[in-house]
Design a protein around this ligand. Structure first.
Ligand code: ACO
Length: 334
C-alpha cells in the first residue's frame, strides 16, 4: 500500500491593523530606531488591539487559507494550532477556532514549541496524514506575543510582534495527485518531503517565560539570554538544513526558497552565509512583522506565495529555532 503524501493546498495570514514603529517604542524604553534596525533588521511590528485574542487572529488566517485552498470547512478533520499565547490556559485555542469555523466534527488541539511551533505542527499534521488518521488538516500558527512581553525590558520588547498564518494540508496518494508525476523521483513530487524535529531541554534557561499555572499562577514575561540564543540559532539552523537535504538526496543549490522563522535579520543572514545560500533566496518579513513566534513561518510563506515569488514545483526549506530550545525543518515541494 502506498503511503499518502501531505500536499499543502493553500495558505492565508492575518496581521492586526495597528503598526508600532521603532520610534514609537523609543518613547517607552531607552532605545533607538538605529539600534533596533542595526541589531535585528526590525523596523515595525503589528500589535493586537485590547480584546483581540489569539483565536481571533487565528480564525482570520484560517478563513483565508481555507478559501485559498478551495475546500469546504466540512472537509477538515483536524485543527492543529501552534501558539505560546493561548486565549486561556485551557481549553485549547484550537477548539475555539474549531467552534468559530462552525465545525462539529474532527479533532482540535494546540501545540507548544514556541518559535518552532509551526514546524512541530507540520510534522504532526504530516504524521496524521501519512498514518491515515486524518485526510485534511488545518494548521495554524498564531500569537499575541505582545501580551507576554515585559514592556520595560528593552532587550526583548523590541523584538516581537503579533500575527497569524495558516495552511491547509491534504492527503494525496503518491502519484495519484493530478499534479504529481508518477514517474518522477520521490523528491520531485509535490508535498511535504520530510520533517526533522529537535530539542535540548538542558538549554531551557536561555529563553523562557518567568511564570505559569503550576509555578507562579501567573502568565509571566519573556526572559532571554540573547547572545547565547543567537549562537545556538545559527549553528542549529545550518545543521537542520543539511540534515533535511541529506535525507532527500538533494543539494543546497536545489533549494528555491528558504522560508525561515523570522527572529532576527542577522540570524537569517548568518545562516544563509554559513550555508552558502544567497540572501535573495531567503524569504524575509522580519523588517515588517518582527518575530511573531509560531506565526512567523506561515506569515512569510503566505507573503511569498501571494506576491508570486513561490511557484508550483519550487523546493521550500522551512526552518526554525525557539525556546526549549526547540528547532527543526520541513522540506516541501510546492
Ligand atoms: N536598544 C538599545 N540598547 C539595547 C537594547 C535596545 N533595544 N537592547 C539591549 N541593549 C543594550 C544592552 O543593554 C547592552 O548594553 P551594555 O553593553 O551597556 O550592557 C548592549 O545593548 C549589548 O547587548 P547585547 O544583548 O549583548 O546585544 P546583542 O548584540 O547580542 O543584540 C539581540 C541583542 C538583538 C537580542 C541579539 O542578541 C539577538 O538577536 N539574539 C537572538 C535572540 C532572538 O532573536 N530571540 C528571539 C527568540 S528566539 C528565536 O526566535 C530564534
Amino acid at each position: 500500500m502506498t503511503m499518502p503524501r501531505s500536499i499543502i493546498l493553500g495558505c492565508g495570514s492575518y496581521l492586526p491593523e495597528r503598526i508600532v514603529t521603532n520610534d514609537e517604542l523609543a518613547q517607552r524604553v531607552d532605545t533607538t530606531d538605529e539600534w533596533i534596525v542595526e541589531r535585528t533588521g526590525i523596523r515595525q511590528r503589528h500589535i493586537a488591539e485590547e480584546g483581540q485574542l489569539t483565536s481571533d487572529l487565528a480564525l482570520a488566517a484560517a478563513e483565508r487559507a481555507i478559501e485559498h485552498a478551495g475546500i469546504d470547512v466540512d472537509d477538515i478533520d483536524l485543527v492543529i494550532l501552534a501558539t505560546t499565547t493561548p486565549d486561556q490556559t485551557f481549553p485549547s485555542t484550537a477548539t475555539k477556532v474549531q467552534a468559530a469555523l462552525g465545525m462539529s466534527n474532527g479533532a482540535a488541539f494546540d501545540i507548544q514549541a514556541v518559535c518552532s511551533g509551526f514546524l512541530y505542527g507540520i510534522s504532526t499534521a504530516d504524521a496524521f496524514i501519512r498514518s491515515g488518521q486524518a485526510r485534511t488538516v488545518l494548521l495554524i500558527g498564531a500569537e499575541t506575543f505582545s501580551r507576554i512581553l515585559d514592556w520595560e525590558d528593552r532587550g526583548t520588547c523590541v523584538l516581537f510582534g503579533d500575527g497569524a498564518g495558516a495552511v491547509v494540508l491534504q492527503a494525496s496518494a503518491n502519484g495519484a495527485d493530478k499534479d504529481n508525476d508518477a514517474s518522477a523521483g520521490h523528491n520531485q513530487e509535490r508535498g511535504v518531503l520530510s520533517t526533522h524535529l529537535h530539542s535540548d531541554g538542558k538549554l531551557n534557561n536561555l529563553l523562557y517565560v518567568d511564570g505559569g499555572p503550576s509555578s507562579t499562577q501567573t502568565v509571566g514575561h519573556v526572559r532571554m539570554v540573547g547572545r547565547e540564543v543567537f549562537r545556538h540559532a545559527v549553528t542549529n539552523l545550518a545543521a537542520v538544513v543539511d540534515e533535511a537535504l541529506d535525507a532527500n538526496s538533494l543539494e543546497r543549490e536545489d533549494i528555491t526558497w528558504i522560508v525561515p522563522h523570522q527572529a532576527n535579520k542577522r540570524i537569517l543572514d548568518s545562516t544563509a552565509r554559513k550555508l552558502g545560500v544567497s540572501p535573495d533566496r531567503v524569504v524575509t518579513t522580519v523588517d515588517r512583522h518582527a518575530n511573531t513566534s509560531a506565526a512567523s513561518i506561515p506569515l512569510a510563506l503566505d507573503a511569498a506565495v501571494k506576491d508570486g515569488r513561490i511557484k508550483r514545483g519550487d523546493l521550500l526549506l522551512l526552518e526554525a529555532m525557539g525556546g526549549g530550545l526547540t528547532w527543526g525543518s520541513a522540506l516541501v515541494r510546492w
